[in-house]
Structure formats: C-alpha cells, structure tokens
Design a protein. Sequence first.
Length: 110
Amino acid sequence: MVHIFDRQIVKTVNPEMIEGLAKKIVGPLEIDAESPESLMASVDRLAEFQAVNLLFPRAARTLARTKISSNEMTVREISEWASIPEHFVQLALDSKWEDFSSILDSLSSS
C-alpha cells in the first residue's frame, strides 16, 4: 500500500536494485548520495507515514482521541479497530502529529 505514493524515480527496475533496497530498508537508515537504493529506502520510510494519514484519517483520529479520553477504548483497541500497528496509532494520536500530517499531505499533493 505504501507504494501508491511512489514516483518513477524511486521504483526498482531490476533484481539488483530490489536486493539493494531491501538491505537499506532492513538496516539502519543511511543516506548515500551515490546510491539510488538510499533514496528509495528513504521514500519507502516516508511512505509509511503517508499511509498512516491514508489509513487513519483525521476524522478517525479525532474519534479515537475521544474514545481514549473517555476511557471507552485503549490505544491497543484503536489499533485493532483501525487495523494498523499500535506504534502508528500512538504516533498519529500524538499532539504533534496533525502538524506533521499537514506536511505529509502537502508532499503527497505536489
């Protein structure tokens, strides 16, 4: 699902690129200006956050915050309800997320 945001420049075109990208994604994030795999791995990680906005939209986040503050649901229950990993729910419910979300939205529309 995260690849819905991919541009042509960050798509793998051969088995060697797939292997290099996999190594970059699994390992620590290191930006190597001479490596297209570094760029692709960075874009993949960014796409994970863009997917949070897509799969857990603002209205759902607002409802989730209400349910949690009224002790009707826990973060874990919200995670199961939204079908996204709990760490992404915690991130998206953080008070700073909405600002970050707006930046992600502007990146997606450009």
